[in-house]
Design a protein around this ligand. Structure first.
Ligand code: TRP
Length: 329
């Protein structure tokens, strides 16, 4: 039997290039080797966006289509709508006994996000979402979880809960998952911010059209000390150069050289980057157009995938309850 992957995204908006290089690219590369589950994390979306149900609803489709557009094959992967999987809710409650409030309070990603959203008074649901994420990963006994760097603290919570559970109940019901990072697990923003993020306003979306990409790249930060196109530039301090390295590997070395000797200006260099990004995004746009025109098909995939996930999760819950001696047979 194939090993399993489970990973996913919050349904709070569209996915961007940071998601792509951080995780989606790995999902595509591994879909033949692993039995892959892609979670549309709408419960986790509620932790920050509970006051905006229409955004969450729309994003369930957007995030599903983003995943399909990059080349995940619906014949191979399983799309799962988190809120429809009852075992995730059940496991979350059981696991909540095995994790201390302090562990959650000191989770660096929780801290950063709490600051970002301006929470000074955390909800129980928000503080506890790493526990729910552990349920996401373990309902199907996933072995591997391709994620960005910001998710590592949550992976540690998951691994700890799994070990604690198996230890405490003398069993091997749960599988300890491994995180899988990509070589670019954090993509910086074109504005120079350390991270590309929806809420940071610096994202290039997988669904952006070519003109939007061109315009976003035009406004990117370059070497501030470079005044005219003939001045020698320093690619080491230029965000556009970092993007060339990731998205335009073939030309990268050459472009750096031309920048250093002042034989390519920032405008021309940015045009090359836009061209590379649009070449990456074009096939995504084509697939997206199909799914946008066939939304019912996407809905059917989510329904069917969630039904399959429920069958698997219910089995896991049964084993978990038996291990915990709260199942009378
Ligand atoms: N927390 C993840 C994010 O913000 C989304 C997510 C929810 C997830 N459940 C998951 C990722 C399970 C991996 C596995 O991107």
């Amino acid at each position: 039997m194939k090993q399993r992957i489970l990973t996913g995204d919050r349904t709070t908006g569209k996915l961007h290039l940071g998601h792509y290089v951080g995780s989606l690219q790995n999902r595509v590369a591994l879909q033949d080797q692993y039995d892959t589950f892609i979670l549309l994390a709408d419960i986790q979306a509620l932790t920050t966006h509970f006051e905006n149900p229409s955004l969450i609803n729309e994003s369930i489709y957007n995030v599903a289509i983003d995943n399909l557009s990059v080349g995940l094959d619906p014949e191979k992967i399983t799309l799962v709508q988190q809120s429809q999987i009852t075992s995730i809710a059940e496991l979350t409650i059981f696991y909540s006994m095995l994790v201390s409030v302090n562990t959650l309070r000191h989770n660096p990603t929780i801290k950063t996000e709490a600051k970002q959203y301006g929470y000074d008074d955390l909800t129980y649901g928000f503080l506890g979402y790493p526990v729910s994420q552990t349920a996401d990963i373990t309902f199907c006994k996933a072995n591997l979880v391709p994620v960005g760097e910001d998710q590592l603290p949550h992976m540690e919570v998951a691994r700890k809960i799994v070990r604690r559970f198996n230890d405490l109940y003398h069993c091997d019901v749960l599988v300890e998952p491994q995180a899988m990072l990509s070589s670019h697990s954090r993509l910086m923003g074109l504005d120079g911010n350390a991270k590309m993020g929806k809420s940071l306003g610096n994202a290039i979306y997988l669904s952006d059209d070519a003109d939007t990409v061109n315009q976003k790249v035009r406004s990117a930060l370059t070497d501030k000390n470079r005044i005219t196109a003939k001045d020698p530039g320093n690619p080491d301090v230029c965000v556009v150069s970092k993007y060339h390295e990731i998205f335009n590997g073939e030309e990268y070395g050459n472009i750096c050289e031309m920048c250093r000797e002042g034989s390519i200006g920032c405008v021309a260099c940015k045009k090359k980057l836009s061209a590379a990004l649009n070449a990456l995004l074009d096939p995504f746009r084509e697939r997206r157009a199909y799914y946008v025109a066939h939304k019912d098909e996407v809905k059917e995939l989510i329904h069917a995938g969630s039904a399959k996930a429920n069958a698997i999760g219910n089995e896991t819950v049964k084993e978990v309850k038996e291990a915990m001696s709260i199942y009378l047979g």
